[in-house]
Design a protein around this ligand. Structure first.
Ligand code: NAD
Length: 497
């Protein structure tokens, strides 16, 4: 496969980084082989830092999806994975984690090129995927059942069994970690798997697929169908899957849930967010500025938990915004592979245009829009970091998920006002409280309607911490022990004595 690279980008890649793309091709991976896709729909792989098409691939068709599901079903039913001893599954998953870690440098470069994110952030993605994999490898031997105190004339047990064929549809902002939140527990508990990565970021998933085979995970256990919405829709509606885990926008999540209703497939949904950061007058202000910066500029704001709504005590408002803008001037906007870059491009031209239009509309509606660093003069999908003050609650920029480097700021008068504004969003994914008053921290944390509340910190993810949303941010929790419920069934056995 020939990959086209802009000359300035070629110089930033370590030699050999893309050699692996000759083999495997970007195509459906079904039953242990890379198949020729049965579809004419061609999708571009684009470098968002230059706008250049790197290569193309054909989307997986509905027939490819059906074949992938059938391969996963066969692999499940014949027990080649589900009936392995749990220690053997653990060992192979640990082997996969070791292989991923050994190739982390290459995969991080591939991910920075494909997503546009700064290399340092791409490295963290790979480290997170490895940590999640190791954590769930350990769970293979720990999903215990129970003996139930039923009437004494019976011996009754409840044991954990794999569900069967699990499917995942994932977005482009964190391709490997978000896939791993689903793949690792599914495999640990003995399920087989079909993955549909985002059409915009297929490279790292293809790389991981090769490593699964090298780690001794049997053919047919992990299947991949690269493609866009039509491929995802075929997977969500497939009668052959037992569970579907979706991460993406609220709107697509609703479509997935509707499709899954037709086959009564179990669903978990990790959807969009518009997370508030509440800064009280008694906060440690330098720490709060750091937290707000991390919350909104990480991955150029393309983060489901982006702290995109700053709610700040009215008495602090002007001073806080000034400090934030000063600090934001230090960001270096550029290509993700450039080691100096701290703020990369957005994923696509469409996304850049959408974000820009939302900001322009806010300005036309009377908001005060301030940008700090100019976007570099090249063809990538860059948007400068933007702080929007004088917004009205409920205005589109304040209500809609922007998914870009755009922070809205609203002042509040007291604790009740802060909580009311925080909870006024249709979303409920994450939130943060910045305060040194321990009582306030507890009071406010209890009242926030969000899946996660961070206190005097932001964006902490760990394999042990359950993660998910409420309201329009979805339902179901990934990570931690919560995944046991998603990827196992309880079997009750009653023995007459
Ligand atoms: P998206 O909803 O457009 O796409 C997500 C995935 O769904 C992609 O793989 C896409 O191809 C697929 N898809 C599109 N149409 C489909 C259909 N009709 N049926 C089945 N699948 C379909 O989201 P995106 O733009 O890739 O990602 C950004 C969104 O993801 C944001 O809203 C963000 O908040 C959300 N997100 C949420 C979390 C979380 O954990 N809550 C994490 C990351 C991203």
């Amino acid at each position: 496969m020939t990959v086209q690279l802009a000359p300035e980008v070629r110089g930033l890649l370590l030699p050999g980084t893309l050699d692996w793309l000759d083999e495997p091709p970007l195509s459906p991976y079904i039953g242990g082989t890379w198949r020729t896709p049965r579809s004419d729909t061609v999708i571009d792989v684009v470098d968002p830092g230059t706008g250049q098409t790197l290569t193309t691939y054909a989307a997986s068709s509905a027939e490819d999806v059906a074949d992938a599901v059938a391969a996963a079903r066969t692999a499940f039913d014949d027990g080649r994975w589900s009936e392995l001893d749990p220690e053997a599954r653990e060992e192979r998953l640990r082997h996969l984690a070791d292989l991923l870690e050994a190739d982390a440098g290459t995969i991080a470069q591939v991910e920075a090129l494909d997503t546009g994110k700064p290399l340092a952030e791409a490295r963290l993605d790979i480290a997170e995927a490895v940590a999640v994999l190791r954590y769930y490898a350990g769970w293979a031997t720990k999903a215990e059942g129970s003996v139930i105190p039923a009437p004494r004339c019976f011996l009754a047990t409840a044991t954990r069994e794999p569900i069967g064929v699990c499917a995942a549809i994932t977005p482009w902002n964190y391709p490997l970690p978000i896939l791993m939140y689903k793949l690792a527990p599914a495999l640990a508990f003995g399920n087989t798997f079909v993955a549909k990565p985002s059409e915009q970021t297929v490279l790292s998933t293809a790389y991981l697929t090769e490593l699964c085979a090298a780690a001794g995970i049997p053919d047919g256990v992990v299947n991949v169908v690269p493609g866009a919405g039509a491929t995802g829709a075929a997977l969500a509606a497939s009668p052959g899957i037992d569970k579907i885990a979706f991460t993406g926008s609220t709107r697509t999540g609703q479509a997935v849930m509707r499709a899954a209703a037709g086959t009564l497939t179990r669903v978990s949904l990790e959807l969009g967010g518009k997370s508030p950061q509440l800064v009280f007058a008694d906060a440690d202000i330098p720490a709060a500025v750091d937290g707000v910066m991390a919350g909104i500029w990480t991955n150029t704001g393309q983060v489901c938990v982006a702290g995109s709504r700053l709610l700040v005590d009215r008495r602090l408002h002007d001073e806080f915004v000034t400090e934030l803008l000063d600090r934001t001037r230090d960001l270096v906007i550029g290509h993700g592979l450039d080691p100096a870059t701290t703020l990369g491009p957005l994923i696509s031209r469409d996304q850049r245009d959408r974000v820009t239009a939302l900001v322009e509309r806010a300005a036309a509606d009377g908001a005060d829009v301030r940008t700090t660093a100019p976007a570099p003069g090249r063809d990538g999908y860059f948007v400068p970091p933007t702080v929007v003050t004088r917004v009205r609650p409920g205005q589109s920029i304040e209500r809609e998920e922007v998914f870009g480097p755009v922070l809205t700021v609203l002042p509040f008068d007291d604790e009740d006002d802060a909580v009311r504004l925080a909870n006024s969003s249709p979303y409920g994914l994450a939130s943060a409280v910045w305060s040194t008053d321990a009582s306030r921290v507890h009071r406010v944390s209890r009242r926030l309607r969000a899946g996660t509340v961070w206190v005097n910190t932001y964006g902490v993810f760990h394999p042990t911490l359950p993660f998910g949303g409420v309201k329009a941010s979805g339902f179901g929790r990934e990570l931690g022990s919560a995944a046991v419920e998603h990827y196992t069934e309880l079997k009750t056995t009653v023995i007459g004595l």
